[in-house]
Write a protein that binds this ligand. Structure first.
Ligand SMILES: *[C@@H]1O[C@H](CO)[C@@H](O)[C@H](O)[C@H]1NC(C)=O
Ligand SMILES: *[C@@H]1O[C@H](CO)[C@@H](O)[C@H](O)[C@H]1NC(C)=O
Length: 239
């Protein structure tokens, strides 16, 4: 199968330096041949094992991340088919924003966690979207209920005594519409109608003239017959 998705564990697109992260190409069937690749500011399209990460089957582990591991990651088949991409941001700073790595479905709840490198990690945090303050939460946790397309944007957080997280993009995708089965061909839905259905067809102009003409002819014939009969009876009376 061509369908492969890239997942990341722990599920966070931001991490601190020296954290460990594992990325997996998950396939429908187990046939190998997918490699994990990345673009960073240092390298382009380099695959796991070629200077970064330790490959293990269809997974790749970075045991001690560094800021230059920040970048975009994806799975690629030998034929060049690609999976979804994941942005990873490794910061040398004291604060990260844990946000969904994969696009969120419209209507779902989204949990954000503003976290410090050193404990305690649940301090009061301010959350920003596209540069504007949206909320301050005493424990550093924020939930956006029933997300809509308008919640899509660039999020970051700030913990007063520590500092700011890098920004992360949150993507909101539309709910997959429950596709109604295609309408069957009309021959199955309705029995085919007889070729001519006079009632449903409005009479054309020539037909109207023909009807009118035959009506007049009929009337003339009837009148002539009546006159003929009357003349005959009058002759009988005279005779
Ligand atoms: C990786 O970089 C290459 C070269 O700049 C570019 O063509 C490609 O689109 C990038 N891939 C992703 C997933 O950003
Ligand atoms: C990755 O980041 C770029 C720019 O920051 C953004 O345009 C893109 O949508 C992100 N991709 C994902 C899968 O979040």
């Amino acid at each position: 199968s061509d369908i492969t998705s890239l997942t990341v564990s722990p599920s966070s697109s931001q991490m601190f330096e020296e954290d460990s992260v594992s990325l997996s190409c998950e396939e429908d069937d187990s046939s190998a041949g997918w490699t994990l690749r990345r673009n960073t500011t240092r390298d382009t399209r380099t695959q796991c094992g070629a200077g970064w990460g330790e490959p293990a089957g269809s997974s790749c582990t970075i045991s001690f991340t560094a800021t230059w591991d920040s970048g975009v990651y994806w799975c690629e088949s030998r034929e060049g088919a690609t999976s979804n991409t994941i942005n990873i941001s490794v910061t040398g700073g004291p604060v990260i924003l844990q946000s969904p790595v994969l696009p969120v479905m419209e209507g779902d709840d989204v949990s954000l966690h503003c976290k410090t490198k050193t404990p305690p990690s649940n301090l009061t945090a301010a959350f920003y979207k596209d540069g504007s303050l949206i909320r301050t939460e005493p424990t550093g946790h924020m939930t956006i209920h029933h997300v809509s397309r308008s919640d899509e944007g660039l999020y970051k957080c700030h913990i007063g005594s520590h500092g700011e997280s890098p920004p992360s993009w949150i993507t909101v995708t539309g709910k997959p519409t429950t596709t109604s089965p295609p309408t069957p061909p009309s021959t199955f839905a309705t029995p085919s109608l007889p070729a001519s259905l006079p009632a449903s067809i409005p009479p054309s102009l020539p037909t109207l003239f023909l009807l009118l003409f035959s009506g007049v002819v009929l009337l003339v014939v009837v009148v002539l017959l009546v006159l003929l009969v009357r003349q005959c009876t009058q002759r009988k009376h005279k005779g």
